[in-house]
Ligand binder design. Structure first.
Ligand SMILES: *Cc1c(COP(=O)(O)O)cnc(C)c1O
Length: 426
């Protein structure tokens, strides 16, 4: 009677479970069967209870051809790097689906001839930033900088302030990136201070450009000085402003965050930025500014290696022309509204609603605090909620699990309630 094998259900019996039968229609019976066999092996070894097999198999299986799992971002961080940065707007998601099949990304349907790739995305960028004469889209912000360094600065000097030699994250450093594309750096100033005379002295006929990098993920306070684009623009070489986050215009809640329009109006020859931070779009690198320089970048052999696919172009255009993005909504969230939602969730799952403080994230606006609201639950629920069928990622603070609503669209409140209730039932 104590033989554990007696408690192991048969593979076919498990496969008959309606939830697995439904998944098998999408993924094929073989894939589901393999997962079931694996989990039943664990039951045999008494590492898993028989009644948990179906849930475990559902967790093992990709929800849709991809093994990437959709999660609820209850971290209170609007642009969460480890959760894929900006969640796309409904318009952008629809655009990706539309562009997935054959599409006229490089064909002029009227003439039947080849057309300029990504023209609509570029046009949308230029409409959003009228101060730019031209624009080009590459794979990400680092690619935009790399292309600038390679096409304009290769074998020449790029002047940059020591206080702006930034590490972006995951060990990637902007100075090394620029050098790897063949530009030589000429550093000016000290860690905390640089003056316009430092730049003036550094600029000679070997210098291709002056690079101004926004130190987006840290703040220097105290005895500091940097030179704004407006003053750098008086130098005899082009100024490239790496603004980082991709704000196209000033944002009232982010007064210290540079934006593309202002940088260009202040005299930057080019602006580089990411598409999936504060712009709220797909991963992309944007280059905006002088037409002659953008043309040089576009014609450079490296441009082909850094070019974006049709899905990115479609999503970027829709981000710019469609409705508000989740990032934009997160940035202007109203604490009272979040509190009302937090109370409703807390009541449904038996937690407390509390005021909380959210962040912009994505390595941007490090000092900015966003008023938010959260549901608190026992800390022990953090892991099971993360690894549940519909994962909810919160954050632990002061011995409690906080499910912060700042980056949760209201329609996802029900997912949180369902996930917590599923745990309570177990
Ligand atoms: C994020 C960032 C980058 C890199 O952009 P990716 O899109 O991550 O490649 C470069 N410079 C600055 C200032 C940034 O904030």
């Amino acid at each position: 009677m104590s033989d554990p094998r007696r408690q192991v259900p048969r593979t076919d019996t498990v496969l008959d479970d309606p939830r697995l039968a439904e998944v098998a229609q999408r993924l094929g019976r073989e894939q589901v069967k393999t997962a079931v066999v694996g989990r039943l092996e664990q039951v045999r070894r008494q590492e898993l209870a028989a009644r948990d097999v179906v849930d475990a198999v559902l967790r093992d299986l990709p929800s849709a051809g991809t093994s990437l799992r959709p999660v609820v971002n209850a971290t209170g961080v609007v642009v969460h790097t480890n959760l894929g940065r900006a969640p796309l707007s409904a318009a952008a998601v629809e655009a990706i689906v539309t562009a997935a099949g054959p599409t006229d990304v490089e064909l002029d349907l009227t003439t039947g001839r080849r057309g300029p790739r990504g023209a609509a995305a570029v046009a949308a960028l230029l409409a959003a930033v009228p101060d730019a004469e031209a624009a080009h889209v590459v794979n990400n912000g680092a690619a935009a900088l790399g292309l600038v360094a390679g096409a304009l600065g290769r074998g020449r000097k790029v002047v940059v302030a020591r206080g702006e030699l930034v590490e972006i994250g995951d060990g990637f450093r902007i100075p090394e990136l620029l050098e790897s594309f063949g530009a030589e750096l000429r550093e000016v100033g000290t860690t905390n201070r640089v003056r316009v005379e430092d730049y003036t002295k550094a600029v000679d006929d070997q210098v291709a450009l002056v690079l101004k990098v926004h130190p987006s993920n840290f703040r220097v306070e105290g005895f500091t000085a940097s030179v704004p684009v407006r003053e750098l623009a008086r130098l005899s070489v082009p100024v490239v402003a790496d603004i980082g986050s991709g704000l196209l215009r000033p944002h009232p809640r982010l007064p210290d965050e540079p934006d593309a329009s202002t940088s260009l109006r202040d005299g930057a020859a080019l602006v580089t930025a990411s598409g999936d931070k504060l712009l709220g779009g797909p991963q992309a690198g944007l280059v905006l500014g002088r037409a002659d320089l953008v043309q040089q970048l576009r014609r450079h052999p490296m441009a082909r290696a850094l070019r974006v696919d049709k899905l990115t172009l479609a999503a970027l255009e829709a981000t710019l022309t469609g409705g508000t993005t989740p990032v934009a909504r997160g940035l202007v969230s109203d604490r009272r509204e979040l509190m009302v939602r937090a109370r409703a969730i807390a009541e449904a799952v038996g937690g407390d609603a509390v005021e909380s403080v959210g962040r912009v994230g994505g390595g941007g606006a490090p000092g900015v605090e966003l008023a938010s609201a959260a549901v608190t639950l026992p800390e022990e629920l953090a892991l099971p909620l993360r690894t549940g069928v519909d994962p909810v990622v919160g954050h632990v603070q002061g011995g409690r699990l906080l499910l912060d609503l700042l980056a949760v669209p209201p329609e996802d409140d029900a997912r949180i309630v369902a996930a917590v209730r599923a745990l309570r039932r177990e």
